[in-house]
Ligand binder design. Structure first.
Ligand SMILES: Cc1ncc(C[n+]2csc(CCOP(=O)(O)OP(=O)(O)O)c2C)c(N)n1
Ligand SMILES: [Mg+2]
Length: 321
């Protein structure tokens, strides 16, 4: 499979994951410094999912995101400076600083919206897919959500309707094994991927710690959606290294040993090993990518810190009442 992917695309997958990781590490620091109001839910550990899925998308394809969405925005091409400005509530943010971490939109990049209502984005993504179908577009929409979201009624209603109407949507479940503190083993009776069968659609399982595995599954799902064959459910098994949110150590309901075991499968390190041992890239090339991302991130942090907060009169502009 790797042979079919160009070196440029492989390096691009790597760069996307490094951008996601470095951005989130910075977000955790900025939160500790009191520079990010509200909440943030780190994506660290899950990078291969959004990187692999978004690499399978083309021009005009869309993404619906959730509360753990910074990595989705990065993978869809939103610049770090717009994300960080949004998180800090500054005027250069994706939503002019009004949305914050969990409610960010960048229509130009194709991030239609993100929502903090668990499962709430799934039926809305179906609506986006219906609009694409009615407009006779050849694009698709990807909806990212967690394992917890698959136990909401909205998930089941949305999958059923999308299947009946053969809508161009790819449902991507990021099974990071916890919904806040509840392990998936205590909330979910069968494999999430298998739930696709109940609605007559494919249910694909991908290794969410392996960016190429995710890319391959997503490519199948995207191609099916664009051919008018309908939706696909993808379950990507992954893990969040940090707590549920920036306030949570993540160790009250799981052991350090469990975290360490997952970290041994780190998606970025695993991909580095693959690229270098199979002579697909050199250590120097990967170092250069990390340096580039690091300096661009430092510029973005300085940029966001310098920006002003949005003017007060902007508040009333978006109130519909
Ligand atoms: C409808 C609803 N119920 C509860 C919450 C509180 N809440 C926020 S995130 C979350 C867990 C989500 O778990 P999962 O879907 O697995 O996503 P993850 O956080 O693991 O990425 C909960 C219960 C909410 N935001 N919305
Ligand atoms: Mg989860």
């Amino acid at each position: 499979m790797t042979a079919a992917i160009s070196k440029t695309s492989l390096l691009s997958l790597y760069e996307t994951m490094v951008r996601q990781r470095m951005l989130e590490e910075e977000v955790v620091e900025l939160f500790k410094q009191g520079l990010i109001p509200g909440l943030a839910h780190p994506y660290i550990g899950q990078e291969a999912v959004a990187a692999g899925v978004c690499a399978a998308l083309g021009e005009g394809d869309l993404v619906v995101s959730n509360h753990r969405g910074h990595g989705h925005s990065v993978a869809k091409g939103v610049p770090e400076r717009a994300i960080l400005s949004e998180l800090m509530g500054k005027d250069a943010g994706m939503c002019l600083g009004l949305g914050g971490s969990m409610h960010s939109t960048d229509l130009q990049a194709g991030v239609v919206f993100s929502t903090a209502i668990v499962g709430g984005g799934i039926p809305l993504a179906v609506g986006v897919a219906l609009a694409l179908q009615m407009d006779k577009k050849t694009n698709c929409v990807v909806c990212f959500f967690g394992d917890g979201a698959t136990n909401t009624g909205a998930f089941h209603e949305a999958l059923n309707l999308a299947a009946v109407w053969k809508l161009p949507v790819v449902f991507v479940c990021e099974n990071n094994h916890y919904a806040v503190s509840v392990p998936v083993s205590k909330s979910t009776s069968a494999s999430i991927a298998q739930r696709g069968q109940a609605y007559g659609i494919p249910g694909l399982s991908a290794d969410g710690m392996n960016v190429l595995d995710v890319y391959e599954a997503a490519s199948q799902a995207v191609s099916r959606a664009k051919k008018g064959e309908g939706p696909t459910l993808m379950e990507c098994e992954t893990y969040r290294y940090k707590g549920h949110g920036v306030y949570d150590t993540g160790l009250d309901y799981r052991t350090q040993q469990e975290v360490d075991d997952w970290m041994k499968r780190d998606p970025i390190q695993a991909f580095e090993r693959k690229l270098t041992t199979e002579n697909l890239a050199t250590v120097e090339e990967l170092d250069a990518i990390r340096s580039k991302v690091k300096s661009r991130l430092a510029e973005a942090v300085a940029f966001a810190k310098d920006r002003p907060y949005p003017p007060d009169d902007l508040l009333a502009k978006f109130v519909w009442a």
